[in-house]
Design a protein. Sequence first.
Length: 320
Amino acid sequence: MGRQVRAFFSAIYELYADSGFSMAGAVAYSFVLSLFPFVIFLGAVAGYFGGEALAERAVAQLFQIVPEQVARTLEPEVMAVMGRSRLGLLTFGALIALVFATSAIESLRAALNTAYRVKETKSYPACLVQSAFLVLFSALGMLVFAWGIVVGPQLARQYNLGWLIGFTDQGWWAIFLRYFIVISVIGAQLFAYHLFLAAGDRRIGEVWPGVVLSVVLWILAAQVFAWWMSFSDYSRFYAGLTHLMVTLVFFQLAAIVIILGAEFNRGLSEMRHSKQNSGNGRHGDPVVSDTVGKDIVAAPAGVASAGQGKIERNGSTEAA
C-alpha cells in the first residue's frame, strides 16, 4: 500500500510537471467540439438498428454520468441537433461527422502519450483510422446499452422474468445495477484508451490500477462538482456563457482524472523496474561473480573485481 500511496502523490506532481492540466483543457475543448458531430454520427448508426428513439435513449444514458447542471446544458442542444440532422450512415456527411468526432480521441492520445513518456510511432492516417474505430465502437456500445434498457422491460413482461423485472424497476437495487453497468462501460473505454490508444505495449495488469483510480475519481469529481454548483454562482463571472463554461470545467476535471490514471500507472511501473534493478544490481551496473559462482555483487561499469572474478556483460563473460 505504501508504494501505491507514493505513486499517487508522485503522479499528482508529474501531472503538473508534464503540463497535464493544460493538456486536460485541450482535451475538454476538443470533447465539446466533438460531442455534436458524435451524436450526429450516433443518429446515423442508430438508423440501422432502432431509429431516432434509440439514439435519443442512448444520449440520455450518456448524460447520466455527468452532473445535473452539465446534463441540463447539453441535453436539449444535443437533442435539437439530432432532430435537425438526419444522415444515412453511408453518406459523405456521416463521414465528415465521424472525422470531426475523432478530434477528442486524438487530443486524449497526445495527453496519454505524454503521461506514459512515449512517442507515437504510427502515421497520422493510421491514428485517425484507429480513432474512428474507437468512435464507432463507442457509438455501437451506447446503442446496445440503450437497446437493452428499451427492450429489457418488454422482455421481462412478456416472459415473466422476475430477475429482469427487478432490474428494470425504480428501486434502489435496480438503480445500483444500472449505475454499475454505466461505470463498467466507462471502465471498458478507459481500458481501451490505455491499452490501444496510447503508444507502446501494455498488459491489463499494468493499466488496471490507473483505470480504477480514474473511475473512482470521476465519480467523486461528479459528486463534488454537483455540490459546488448547488451554491456557486458562475454567472457573476461568465454571464450568458455560464452553462458553456460549467461544461468545459467539468470535462476538464474528467480529462485530468484520466491523465492522472496514466501518470499513476507509469509511476507504479517505474517503481517495479527500480525494485527489480535493485535486486539484480545497482541501477543497471554490470554484475560481478566470483570464481565459485555463488556470490553476486554489483560493481561499477568497466571495473572488474579483484582476484579471479568475471564481469558479465549482455550474457557473455570476460575474464577479469
